[in-house]
Design a protein around this ligand. Structure first.
Ligand SMILES: NC(=O)c1ccc[n+]([C@@H]2O[C@H](COP(=O)([O-])OP(=O)(O)OC[C@H]3O[C@@H](n4cnc5c(N)ncnc54)[C@H](OP(=O)(O)O)[C@@H]3O)[C@@H](O)[C@H]2O)c1
Length: 349
């Protein structure tokens, strides 16, 4: 039988599938880096929009050549925010500050800035927006941080009703500003200061928050939803300080700081460059920071919450006297294990 002629194939070139662009405002920050890494792993072109694109260059190795693109885009600047969103499929806003450099910064950044990102994202036809707020966001909050975060949420939902709002409690991870700061303090001070010791937190792992950002972007059912993100444990500030001491192998006593002295400390903290402690933060410390009952959270986004003692002892080990090495349960070659380092009071809670 004569060979059948080969079916002729049209020689038109296959159209290139354009890669999706995701713009991450505040992408060079603590949580941002984990979000950028996850977006890059999914194949997105990631624009890291912030105030210092040179510093954000350190994120480039998280993707292939040209995949991570640092951009100059202060959230207060209309034209640069517009440019950062042009052609993007997704946007994430992680921009936040804990203290003002100039009076009015909370409103400029958390409220107006968040509203600007949402409005320009909607105008640019962005498909999904995730706005990272905070559990303390409340128009009735005693802190300007909390009130400005609440105003930001409102402006975001007005401009982009399909946006997803994530409200994390205290976020922990190797680069966090909480556990690292108090572990460093314990190295310097003979006692561990405790302010508002009864206030409760529900610390959440940075990797879980980043996973929640991705889930919120990619799951259509997350559009227009508000999620409260907390970890598996609720702990008082005093318990967290006790845990820091245990994880870092310190035998300091906890010392309750009376409110009058704490106010004085906060006033002094406002005078130090970087404003490490402010009266606004003190006001925030007076309120519980836990996930409200029935609020959708990590589980609703399909994410299992990571416990603190699975992660924190490892990165606080460098604060142990002599720079310690932590052995986790099951390693079997040391008397002190990760769970030994976690105080009984916390394990029983
Ligand atoms: N970490 C927590 O425990 C926690 C808890 C609850 C909620 N949150 C919220 O989660 C978000 C991310 O927090 P994070 O811990 O990752 O904070 P972060 O490490 O301080 O990162 C914040 C980012 O915002 C950027 N930024 C600040 N002001 C800006 C401005 N005017 N224009 C553009 N970028 C600006 C910073 O860039 P520069 O390098 O230019 O300063 C930085 O990249 C924030 O909204 C925060 O309020 C965090």
């Amino acid at each position: 039988m004569p060979p059948r002629p080969m079916a002729s194939r049209p020689m038109t070139p296959r159209p290139m599938t354009p890669r999706s662009v995701a713009t991450v405002f505040g992408g060079a920050g603590f949580i941002g880096r984990y979000v950028v890494q996850r977006l890059a792993r999914r194949g997105f072109i990631v624009r890291v929009a912030g105030r210092d694109p040179i510093a954000a260059g350190v994120l480039k190795p998280m993707g292939a050549v040209g995949q991570i693109v640092p951009l100059f885009a202060p959230i207060t600047d209309e034209a640069h925010v517009h440019r950062a969103l042009d052609g993007a499929r997704f946007a994430v806003n992680l921009v936040g500050i804990l203290a003002e450099s100039r009076a009015g910064d909370f409103d400029r950044v958390h409220a107006d800035g968040a509203g600007r990102v949402a409005r320009l994202a909607a105008a640019a036809g962005v498909e999904g927006l995730v706005h990272v707020s905070a559990l303390g966001a409340d128009p009735g909050s005693p802190s300007r941080y909390g009130r400005s975060k609440a105003a930001g949420e409102q402006l975001v939902l007005q401009a982009f009703p399909g946006a997803t709002i994530l409200r994390p409690s205290l976020v922990f991870g190797p680069e966090d500003g909480f556990f690292n700061r108090f572990a460093a303090l314990a190295r310097l001070l003979p006692v561990m200061p405790v302010i508002s010791g009864e206030t409760r937190f529900q610390p959440v792992y940075v990797g879980d928050v980043a996973d929640a950002v991705l889930a919120a972007l990619l799951r259509p059912e997350a559009r227009g939803m508000v999620y409260a993100l907390g970890g598996p444990e609720v702990r008082s500030f005093r318990e967290l300080m006790a845990a820091v001491l245990a994880w870092t192998g310190r035998r300091h006593k906890l010392m309750e700081i009376p409110m009058g002295l704490a106010r004085l400390q906060a006033r002094l903290g406002e005078m130090v460059p970087g404003r490490p402690f402010t009266r606004d933060q003190l006001a925030m410390l007076g309120r519980d920071n836990v996930v409200p009952p029935d609020a959708p959270g990590l589980a609703a986004l399909g994410i299992g919450a990571t416990p603190m003692d699975m992660v924190v002892p490892a990165y606080l080990a460098r604060f142990r006297p002599g720079g310690g090495r932590v052995v986790f349960p099951g390693a079997g070659n040391a008397e002190r294990t990760g769970s030994d380092l976690f105080p009984a009071v916390l394990r029983e809670g």
